[in-house]
Design a protein around this ligand. Structure first.
Ligand SMILES: [Zn+2]
Length: 116
């Protein structure tokens, strides 16, 4: 299991099985946030983000909300605005929990394909 939390502990998550891989992305937001994503469609996971604990950044097509903790400002997850899927930022997990998890590079800036 991979456990993660923001720095202050208001938002926590658990990834129940080790994912095949997590994603780094070079799109305009991910490259700035330096995130590593695990996706709800691929992996069993739970997110505990109490109502009001995060603020959301939405722009452009407005199909994703990028959430960060209101208290400590860590980027915790993104959520589809229709609620259909989400992803957790594995930078919030310990190095020990992430050991052996492959990190794959996704070209979100251009082709929307994996680069490796
Ligand atoms: Zn926090």
């Amino acid at each position: 299991m991979i456990k993660g939390s923001c720095h202050c502990g208001a938002v926590t998550f658990e990834i129940l099985e080790q994912p095949d891989f997590v994603i780094t992305c070079n799109c305009s937001i991910c490259r700035r946030l330096n995130t590593r994503w695990a996706y709800s469609q691929r992996t069993k996971m739970t997110l505990r983000a109490p109502e009001g604990a995060t603020h959301a950044y939405v722009w452009g097509d407005k199909d994703l909300e990028f959430h960060a903790c209101k208290t400590c400002n860590c980027t915790t997850h993104w959520m589809a605005t229709d609620g259909s899927r989400y992803a957790l930022n594995c930078q919030l997990a310990s190095e020990a929990d992430m050991e052996g998890v492959r990190v794959r590079r996704f070209d979100g800036a251009d082709t929307w394909e994996l680069l490796d």
